[in-house]
Design a protein around this ligand. Structure first.
Ligand code: FE2
Length: 381
């Protein structure tokens, strides 16, 4: 299998959206994480990542079994949910997976049709279309399963004008740290088990009408020790991009396997969030305690030979450990956090695109070697 970065088909896709685009998606609506302590997780994402308080549901809103905090930064909306009782599906999820992404909600104009079209094509239903209502209006939700125990929730909010969704109240909070310039979700990556990548690529193609953008095999993404394979799926308008990774044979245990071991199955590996000024964003995040992966300083010795001229000074990029890559449309700057929870599972990527629409292939080797050094320390390589 060769690496293909098919920019032609991407351009065509942009100009001529799939005629069979039976699942028009306006964008990511929210990402819901099941966490051990939602109140403290919300504090972390506000303080360290610059998210703002938006909405809340819990005992005060009549919710008996769970609590949810909704936080937002520009177009990125996270929902942090914890159980309030001792047994139940959220408890089971946290016990099995640790803190992690449960629902990737997609904003649609018609949640009923989205559910019908996808289940007709073989999606397994999580729940059928249902209308929820409060004094701010109504919304329609439906959901289907994707890899592992992760769901896609379709959110139709045309007739709703409240803080988040019916049932939630506005979360008024006196503690409001400044945003750090995160703007929208660029892509979200799923890790799946051995030989499962193509099954999920096919799911996104057949059930959701996505197209394949790029594929990387183990020759592209391998170091002396570990390897993985990846394919990137995109919806018709390009607003939703889901790379899917699977482990590949290497001398040692790949980071994907490590993830699968600790997450106990397939799940979301990283959420890539875009900024217009990565130097400013990462400077702020670092000062607020976010830990990032580090590539060796010699990465910068010849990086400009590889990527050519860039607008930024190299020095601050080097100081912050920001990585650079180029494709035939431009370049990109990116940096990866260490895992955000206790288990070596979910992490974030900060990305600034300057024309490039690829994913930083030129950085894979340096990056994976940095991850391997972390794995070594964890005894999981
Ligand atoms: Fe990424």
């Amino acid at each position: 299998m060769d690496t293909t970065f098919d920019t032609t088909s991407l351009k065509l896709k942009k100009e001529y959206p799939n005629a069979e685009d039976f699942l028009p998606l306006n964008g990511t609506d929210y990402v819901e994480l099941y966490v051990g302590n939602a109140k403290q997780a919300a504090h972390f994402y506000k303080t360290a990542f610059g998210f703002q308080s938006v909405a809340y549901a819990g005992l005060e809103t009549g919710m008996k079994d769970r609590v949810s905090y909704v936080i937002q930064q520009d177009k990125i909306r996270l929902v942090l949910t914890s159980p309030l009782t001792k047994d139940g599906p959220i408890n089971d999820h946290i016990n099995k997976h640790g803190d992690g992404v449960k629902n990737v909600a997609l904003w649609v104009d018609d949640a009923t049709k989205s559910w019908e079209e996808t289940t007709k094509r073989g999606a397994q239903s999580t729940f059928e279309p249902k209308t929820i209502e409060d004094k701010n209006g109504k919304a329609v939700l439906s959901a289907i399963r994707t890899y592992g125990e992760t769901n896609h929730i379709f959110v139709e909010r045309t007739d709703y004008d409240g803080p988040f969704l019916p049932g939630y109240m506005k979360w008024e909070c006196e503690y409001n740290p400044e945003p750090v310039g995160l703007k929208y979700i660029d892509h979200m990556v799923g890790n799946v088990g051995w030989n499962e990548m193509n099954k999920w690529v096919e799911f996104y193609a057949k059930v959701m009408g996505f197209a394949q953008l790029i594929s990387f095999d183990d020759k592209d993404i391998s170091t002396d020790y570990t390897a993985l394979m990846s394919k990137v799926m995109t919806n018709g308008n390009g607003r939703i991009k889901f790379p899917i990774n699977e482990p590949a044979e290497g001398k040692k245990k790949s980071q994907i396997e490590e993830y699968i071991d600790f997450y106990n199955g397939a799940g979301v590996q990283h959420i890539a969030v875009a900024t217009d000024n990565i130097i400013d964003t990462v400077t702020k995040m670092r000062s607020r305690g976010v830990e990032f992966l580090r590539v060796p300083a010699n990465y910068y010795d010849d990086v400009l030979d590889r990527v050519g001229e860039i607008d930024e000074d190299l020095e601050p990029l080097k100081e912050l450990g920001i990585l650079i890559d180029r494709d035939d449309e431009g370049y990109l700057l990116q940096l990866f956090t260490k895992p955000v929870g206790d288990r070596p599972t979910l992490f974030f990527e900060i990305i600034q695109r300057k024309g490039a629409r690829s994913f930083g292939k030129g950085n894979f080797k340096a990056l994976f070697e940095a991850i391997e050094r972390e794995q070594e320390l964890r005894g999981t390589l």
